[in-house]
Design a protein around this ligand. Structure first.
Ligand code: ATP
Ligand code: PAF
Ligand code: BAL
Length: 513
């Protein structure tokens, strides 16, 4: 947008956002202000991944209980505004209560999330809190209409509830979870840390310390609630000044208590230090982390990812084969590929099945129980697949299926939006690049070997450059490097060298269960 807007009215906000083109990726970070490093991480992630970034600051009375700290909650709007400008925020939305709740709060339409989510954990000691959170977040999401909204993992229950509201109410926004940012000594950053005296702060550290102890036990093979919670309680016994609200092992999405971690578990803890209530948590994941390899056309992603998957014992997810299969189905059924509603409706009824048992063979593909492993490699499908894959409705359907396949981890996938869109929480993200000249050269040699010499090197270079531009400008999930991706330029590297780099990164960076 160029300019920085600090707007306090919904009319001003809608006027600013109304000028954006549909191709713009809009990121949104809702906050209650008193910005600290945790908020900065969310804003920086949004800045990296989106064309326009909106931040809201609104201390929401609906989510504070009568005995809570609404009045004394820190308000540092001037410093927050400066910080947002420095971080490259485009629009800072700072409504007051009358602006967001013009008819007051007594007769307001409320968003009531499912009680099995709101009445557990923090909900027991903060009755009505999450109804207040859900109501204001849904209002803000409707006002801002973002493509992606960024929330902290620190508020894990809030995150789970917002994800559920968005899913149940069919909002199109992508909810992105950002890791907890901590002080050097491990204390989770929180606006409420300002309330802590030096002594209180030492006590507050017991929360993160006890989670660290439990995580170490998990890494040693303790997967049951009793084995993970016992060391927490043992550690907290040394801090009688900390009044524990709860320490529980639950499922991160459903918040249902877990007796044992089979795939992933959330260790959540909350307590009072003096009058200050603090929360913390950690995710304990037994699943093999997902490897996401993104990069421009011709960078060697498919070969590298297959080989890395084989070396790491991961299932290779051939997203390209999925798009080819649905393209084949459309051609087989004589659909007009320009008729997006007809194409999306037809594909929405398709069932895909992939099998990649032999890494040296192309993935086997079935669509509606018909094997199409060979048919999808035809020249006609090759010429049409990009057109189908660029359709927003098609990408949404394919991403949903890809996520379902990756739900239990252990996947290696390559494409252009795997780390940014399909698996944003992938354990290792690689951005595989090569110069357009190198990619054109490789493609030209490949065609020569296949006896297809109808395109010159110069024409291939022009094609690759044009496709890079088209991918970066496409409306839905435009091609960009994920903020947390590791870039590997392969111009002077052989395939084996690239694969061994990735295997090393995967093994060295990620805790193995
Ligand atoms: N330490 C942190 N790491 C990651 N995200 C955070 C952290 N602290 C806050 N956030 C996220 O920032 C967003 C705004 O949170 P909020 O403004 O309530 O800040 P807060 O520090 O959580 O305040 P509070 O003291 O009320 O907990 C939320 O999505 C929250 O999860
Ligand atoms: C999401 C939120 C901004 C809604 O007021 C608040 O709960 C917070 O800051 O986490
Ligand atoms: N992020 C915390 C919101 C609250 O405690 O109201």
């Amino acid at each position: 947008m160029g300019m920085f807007y600090c707007l306090s009215t919904t009319a001003g906000l809608q006027a600013a956002l109304g000028t954006l083109s549909p191709a713009t990726t809009l990121g949104f970070v809702p906050t209650m202000g008193a910005l600290h490093g945790g908020h900065v991480a969310l804003i920086q992630r949004a800045r990296q991944e989106c064309d326009v970034v909106v931040v809201s600051i609104f201390v929401n009375p609906l989510q504070f209980g009568p005995q809570e700290d609404l009045e004394r909650y820190p308000r540092t709007l001037e410093a927050d505004t400066r910080l947002c400008q420095e971080l490259g925020v485009d629009v800072l939305f700072v409504p007051d209560v009358a602006e967001l709740y013009p008819r007051g709060m007594e007769t307001l339409t409320l968003v009531e999330p499912p009680r099995e989510l709101t009445e557990r954990l923090c909900g027991r000691s903060r009755p009505g809190h999450f109804r207040g959170v859900a109501t204001v977040v849904l209002k803000l999401l409707h006002l801002v209409q973002p493509d992606r909204a960024y929330f902290g993992q620190k508020d894990a229950q809030q995150l789970a509830i917002i994800r559920r509201c968005v899913a149940d109410l069919n909002l199109e926004v992508e909810i992105i979870a950002c890791p907890i940012v901590r002080d050097a000594d491990g204390l989770a950053l929180s606006s409420r840390n300002q309330y802590l005296s030096e002594g209180d702060r030492a006590t507050a550290l017991a929360l993160s310390q006890s989670l660290e102890i439990a995580t170490a036990a998990f890494r040693q093979g303790c997967f049951t609630a009793s084995d993970l919670l016992a060391p927490i309680h043992n550690h907290l016994r040394q801090f009688p000044q900390l009044r524990l609200d709860y320490a529980e092992l639950v499922h991160p999405q459903t918040l249902v208590p877990l007796e044992r971690i089979e795939t992933v578990g959330l260790l959540a803890i909350a307590g009072w230090v003096g009058q200050t209530r603090l929360i913390d948590n950690c995710l304990l994941d037994r699943r093999l982390p997902i490897l996401a390899v993104d990069g421009p056309a011709g960078a060697g992603k498919s070969t590298v990812t297959r080989r890395a998957a084989q070396a790491l014992g991961l299932q290779y997810l051939d997203t390209g084969a999925m798009y080819r299969a649905v393209t084949w189905w459309c051609l087989e059924n004589n659909l007009d590929l320009r008729d997006e509603p007809a194409v999306v409706e037809a594909i929405a009824h398709c069932q895909l099945r992939l099998e990649s048992s032999d890494p040296h063979q192309p993935t086997r593909v079935w669509i509606n129980d018909r094997e199409v492993s060979q048919a999808i490699r035809s020249l006609e499908v090759t010429q049409r697949v990009s057109q189908v894959a660029a359709l927003r409705g098609v990408r949404r359907l394919m991403v949903r299926q890809q996520r379902a396949i990756g739900a239990n981890g252990g996947i290696a996938a390559e494409g252009r939006d795997i780390g940014t869109h399909v698996f944003p929480e992938a354990g290792l993200k690689i951005f595989l690049t090569a110069s357009p000249a190198e990619r054109a050269q490789r493609r030209w040699q490949e065609l020569q070997q296949q006896g297809q010499c109808d395109l010159s090197y110069e024409e291939l270079l022009a094609q690759i450059t044009a496709r890079d531009t088209a991918d970066q400008q496409r409306t839905y999930a435009p091609f960009r490097k994920a903020a947390d991706a590791i870039e590997i330029c392969t111009d002077n590297l052989g395939i084996d060298e690239v694969v061994s780099k990735i295997v090393h990164l995967y093994r060295s960076r990620l805790p193995q269960p």
